[in-house]
Design a binder for this molecule. Structure first.
Ligand SMILES: CC(C)(COP(=O)(O)OP(=O)(O)OC[C@H]1O[C@@H](n2cnc3c(N)ncnc32)[C@H](O)[C@@H]1OP(=O)(O)O)[C@@H](O)C(=O)NCCC(=O)NCCS
Length: 172
């Protein structure tokens, strides 16, 4: 690993988001099986859009994005982030590459990043929004202790299906 490792867990290295990974990000975000759980915008993510996102993460204190690599194979796993960071709280997000999904990387990464949020960033609360049809993510968030506190109904129509957004939060 020739990148500076910011965090580590059993199977994952976490490094800073990086311009030279934008092609990996585009493949990740534009995979239809992933994109449908991230945005209702039918347009693809573009190079420029990902560039600006990396720039924001590198230049502001309110967005931290870390890219994850599998320790064993060295392959790119996905991204995990805190957005809208304040002294008290932040919104967590995660995207795992399809080939690494359902192998407990998401659970491992969320646990490590939540620990980082509470113990290093000194957050008091971590929150998130998840589409109501994302059963796997909802299962995982609940397993990690997130409690639903608000539902925004029919936020989007994705592949012809009405989808709500469920907001969940976790206190330290
Ligand atoms: C959601 C996501 C982060 C989860 O990470 P992951 O590595 O795939 O998940 P894990 O393997 O750690 O855990 C999955 C859990 O959900 C369970 N699960 C899998 N499919 C499920 C389903 N359809 N319904 C309910 N639970 C399901 C698994 O059994 C496992 O639970 P367990 O450990 O109690 O057995 C990942 O799949 C992903 O990035 N998906 C696409 C993007 C996305 O949805 N991001 C979140 C947006 S809010």
């Amino acid at each position: 690993m020739n990148r500076e490792v910011i965090l580590e867990s059993d199977n994952i290295y976490y490094v800073n988001v990086s311009y030279d990974l934008i092609d990996e990000y585009l493949k990740l975000f534009n995979n239809p099986n992933i994109k449908k759980f991230i945005t209702a915008d039918p347009n693809p993510y573009t190079y420029e859009n990902r560039f600006l996102c990396v720039k924001e993460a590198l230049e502001t204190d309110t967005l931290i994005i870390l890219s994850m690599f599998d320790k064993q194979s060295g392959r790119f796993i996905g991204n995990i982030d805190f957005d809208n960071i304040t002294s008290d709280d932040a919104e967590i997000g995660i995207i795992i590459n399809e080939e690494f999904q359902n192998k407990h990387y998401g659970c491992e990464a969320l646990k490590r990043f939540i620990d980082y949020g509470f113990n290093d960033l000194k957050l008091k609360e971590i929150y998130l929004g998840v589409y109501s049809n994302n059963d796997r993510a909802i299962h995982l968030y609940k397993k990690l202790g997130f409690i639903p506190y608000k539902v925004e109904e029919k936020i989007a129509i994705i592949n012809g299906e009405n989808v709500d957004t469920i907001y969940m939060k976790l206190h330290k």
